[in-house]
Ligand binder design. Sequence first.
Ligand code: ATP
Length: 370
Amino acid sequence: MSAKTNSWGRRGSAAATIAARLTFENLTRHFDGNTALNGVSLDIEPAETICLLGPSGCGKTTLLRIAAGIERPDTGRVLFNHQEIVGPSVFTPPERRGIGLMFQDFALFPHLTILQNVMFGLKGFPAIDAERVAISTLERVGLAHYAKDFPHILSGGEQQRVALARAIAPRPSIMFMDEPFSGLDPRLRDRMREETLTILREMRATSLIVTHQAEEAMRMGDRIAVMRAGKILQVGPSEEVYNNPSSLFVARVFSEMNEIPCRQTNGKVETVFGSLPVPKTATTTTNTNGDELIVGLRYQSITINKEDSGILGRVIDRKFLGDAALIEIIIDGLENPLKVRLRESIAPLVGDEVNVNIDKRKALVLKSDD
Ligand code: ATP
């Protein structure tokens, strides 16, 4: 084990594990007529971190529970390293999958010491080895000095670190995390997220993380899988999914936008800011002129200037947001005011006339429905 100082102030790094490939093939799951998963397929590379992102009820937790062995699918298969662990006639129980689990309600055992809590995940080890591994894992999360104490004396963030230690102590090749940081306050959450990511990388664990926060998914995921109504709509690195969303729904998951309806003519849409090409992702099967599309302009992708270039508009509202200001501008030819997020120090005042520009490369031309 290499010795280095980490930002939780203790020494050591998490021992590497043998990373595993995780594959979902066409999984479905229904609950009393409700569809939780509707044909989910996904291939996760060894040591890759994937974030499942989507609104409440889209099936994220169900997918994770099926992968972890807490739930069974109606149909479909789950494979670890190309080997079927869930299928029509196969079901490998959770304890034989070599996985680690961490949930929002981290549920430490209150009657066990912190050391015993971490050792709980090491039942297959001889006691002396279990204790050694548990202590070194507690050192890794900076809490070895609490080993003999009981969980109630720890803060929420510290308890979460014990839960992380318990999950990683057996060196799982795959980690499943369901909203693991949502119970923490924002500052603690940022730190916990960064540290957890560092540990997952040290371990080379393949990781599947459920979140409904786009920023969390972008910070943590090598790739993001955006889910809606039991399906994965798009999967890719954060830049790709953010900059080239396959649908209006995916674009909206990442940030608020101005949405301008327009119609397709010969592979283009006309807007007050000029014409924009229609990408393949927005092309309908019939692809006829007159198809209704949406031009999406994220608030921060619009600029204003004082020179005489751009489209003239007038500021009708200005909201102070600390370092930024949210401006509303009315423009001839646009039904709704355009919302623009600018640095506070350069944001115009209500009543000002401004020239508005868009970066055409950042303008999204999207199908209006999935
Ligand atoms: P959240 O972010 O709120 O946790 P989610 O995306 O994780 O949501 P799931 O928990 O997977 O969504 O739920 C998907 C759908 O399946 C929902 O409609 C939910 O009500 C339903 N569902 C999940 N588990 C059960 C269950 N055990 N019994 C009945 N319905 C269930």
